[in-house]
Design a protein around this ligand. Structure first.
Ligand SMILES: [Zn+2]
Length: 429
């Protein structure tokens, strides 16, 4: 319906999409050959054109020619989030026209805000892989309608006016809901649109999908059954998957990625771990630490980037789906709870990531909601700066959520959850 109104995908993305639809069935040998060629090209570029890497290779006394195989490559020191925080300039390719780059940023799942450049070629490859994983693999195509439960206001904007919904559905093929502002009346309205428009795909943060599934189930609401659901950004626990599949009556496909490098691994129709997007990423495990090298971003190469997430193993046995690309098994980490205020307002944990990455003085944060005493405790580790991050948090909570009980503490010591994990947004009873 009205497909001619839809924003078309560019010929560059289309070409790369055709390519990744073919390469997903490559043999192990073809994959390794492709990745090795790409890694060599990237390392050479980094050594020649990126000051950070020239210094790094000089400091370890190595040249790109001495990196002769994957094993040699695995000895290149990892790139950490604090390296990126400290080296925006030197990590950028010398002499590149910055007007032509996107400056992207994230609060990061570890609560450490980052800025970084990405080039057009990188974006096209990322888009192609995304369309493959979120459309073709899940039984849809790029023309099908998609409902999105997302929190990034810079990606989808706020509110849910009829005009906005109409524009978004006709032009983008999307029915978006901003989960930073989830409340009862907004959710009811959204679900009524959802039932009328009947999107083929539903995609969202794991915690948002889970929350909506519980909401529908608790009230025994009638709900449209999409073809597939895509969960991303947060860990999809087994109980969440089971509830979402039961309520919506369709399979869930998990997806793992981050803004720094885009999609890293995505689930196939065999639901047997997450296949590495090998066309775009070279993934290693250092113990349980996920280490990613993006193969396309020549504006600011991330070589052996320690994402900050953990996985129990990388399975290289062939999958039932016919693909042989390695699979990430059991992601650990990346947990953000929804915080449920007494007013009924629900704040997605990622809201705070977006709040804090706008505050340059914040090095790290932790937000804990103590339900029993109804207090939100915000711990901030800040660098010397004129802005008062604590007051900004209190003001934002007051204005956005009409919520006053915010305690701010400046510290670089962070609390563990009751289960002993270090997390940056969570709720305790
Ligand atoms: Zn598979």
């Amino acid at each position: 319906m009205f497909r001619w109104l839809r924003r078309p995908i560019s010929s560059e993305i289309k070409g790369k999409l055709e390519s990744v639809l073919q390469s997903q069935y490559w043999t192990e040998e073809e994959i390794r050959k492709y990745q090795w060629t790409k890694l060599q090209e990237l390392v050479r570029h980094a050594f020649q054109c990126v000051p950070y890497y020239r210094n790094l290779f000089n400091s370890i006394g190595a040249t790109p020619d001495e990196i002769k195989n994957f094993e040699d490559f695995s000895r290149v020191p990892v790139l950490t989030k604090s390296d990126i925080q400290n080296s925006l300039e030197t990590l950028t390719t010398t002499g590149i026209d910055r007007q032509r780059l996107s400056l992207n940023s994230t609060g990061g799942s570890t609560g450490m805000p980052l800025n970084f450049y990405q080039d057009v070629n990188y974006k096209h490859w990322s888009d192609a892989a995304r369309i493959r994983a979120w459309r073709h693999v899940v039984g849809a195509d790029e023309n099908d309608l998609e409902a999105v439960l997302w929190g990034a206001t810079k990606d989808i904007g706020q509110g849910l006016s009829f005009r906005k919904v109409l524009y978004s559905v006709l032009r983008e093929g999307l029915l978006p809901l901003n989960t930073f502002d989830l409340d009862d009346s907004l959710l009811k309205k959204y679900l009524s649109y959802f039932n009328i428009i009947k999107p083929k795909i539903l995609r969202g943060y794991a915690s948002s999908l889970y929350y909506v599934a519980l909401y529908v189930e608790k009230r025994a609401l009638p709900i449209h059954r999409p073809k597939s659901i895509i969960s991303s950004t947060e860990v999809l626990h087994a109980r969440m998957r089971e509830t979402i599949e039961r309520v919506f009556g369709c399979p869930v496909f998990d997806s793992y990625g981050c803004r720094e490098v885009s999609q890293i691994a995505t689930e196939c129709e065999a639901h047997n771990g997450l296949h590495v997007v090998f066309e775009n990423q070279y993934v290693e495990l250092d113990g349980q630490d996920i280490i990613v090298t993006n193969l396309h971003n020549y504006a600011m190469p991330f070589i052996r980037y320690k994402v900050g997430d953990l996985a129990s193993s990388l399975d290289t046995s062939p999958c039932k789906c016919g693909r042989v690309s390695p699979r990430i098994v059991s992601l650990i980490g990346r947990d953000n709870d929804n915080i449920e205020l007494p007013s009924g307002k629900v704040i997605n944990g990622e809201f705070f990531e977006f709040l804090f990455f706008g505050l340059s003085s914040v090095i790290q944060y932790q937000v804990v909601y103590h339900k029993a005493i109804d207090r939100l405790r915000v711990k901030l580790h800040v660098s010397g700066s004129t802005e008062n991050a604590g007051e900004i948090v209190q003001k934002t909570m007051r204005e956005k959520f009409d919520y006053e009980n915010v305690d701010v503490l400046y510290s670089d010591q962070f609390d563990m959850t009751p289960s002993g994990k270090l997390r940056f947004v969570y709720q305790v009873d």
